[in-house]
Design a protein around this ligand. Structure first.
Ligand code: ATP
Length: 209
């Protein structure tokens, strides 16, 4: 298997590129989906979180009260560290489990991870960054997500900068033009990915996190 990472700022077009890569045969490991599944009602992780932060972080229907967790960790560094200490290892081991399912195959496995820039990962044959200028990201988030412009800017500003993310890229996908151009760029990218070295046993479980 060939394991690559895919990231990009909010509204850059990661999900769109991820779908295009899946159409070309990639296996997608979706970090956001994994995070949602791990924190679904009844998941063991919620019990661990409640043990640390109190039962008030669980809604009556068993779901996680994300706003309650956010307000606890917002002003308390130790709480944030503990939260990461609970969520992060569970995320990493589920990501690794899903990647390992394809070990020994010829598949291209794409780890779709919005926070890959913040959490670089070893053992990736490539780090693909979907890139658009700041103002275009704001415009797309406002237009397609219905977000207020100030909220969109705040969300984007809370992430690492475009420049920091690009520093870690081995492959950059410029998504500032239309979807047809993006399809063409993804065709080129796909051909490049197929030429990458396969992930060998030496990189097994070799994660920076
Ligand atoms: P988020 O981090 O917010 O989940 P994302 O990086 O996954 O965003 P997408 O959901 O793929 O981004 O794209 C954001 C919006 O922009 C979507 O509504 C998508 O349809 C649209 N979009 C993506 N690429 C283009 C493009 N080249 N031209 C026009 N619209 C686009």
């Amino acid at each position: 298997m060939i394991v690559v990472g895919l990231t990009g700022g909010i509204g850059a077009g990661k999900s769109t590129v991820s779908t295009m890569l899946a159409d070309r045969g990639a296996v997608i490991v979706d970090a956001d989906q994994i995070a949602r599944d791990l924190q679904a009602p009844g998941a063991p992780l919620l019990g661990e979180m409640a043990a640390r932060f109190g039962g008030q972080i669980i809604n009556d229907d068993g779901s996680l009260d994300r706003a309650a967790v956010a307000s606890i960790v917002f002003s308390d560094e130790d709480a944030l560290k503990d939260l990461n200490g609970i969520v992060h290892p569970a995320m990493q081991s589920e990501i690794q489990r899903q990647i390992d399912e394809h070990r020994g195959t010829d598949r291209v496995v794409v780890l779709d991870f919005p926070l890959l820039g913040e959490n670089p990962r070893r053992g990736l044959a490539a780090t693909i960054v979907v890139d658009i200028p700041y103002d275009l990201a704001v415009q797309r988030v406002v237009e397609f997500r219905g977000m207020d412009e100030v909220d969109a800017r705040n969300r984007i500003n809370s992430q690492i900068s475009r420049e920091q993310r690009l520093e870690r890229a081995t492959h950059v996908i410029d998504n500032s033009r239309g979807v047809d151009e993006l399809e063409q760029r993804v065709d080129e990218l796909w051909a490049e990915l197929l030429e990458l070295p396969h992930t060998g046993p030496e990189t097994e479980h070799d994660s920076a996190n």
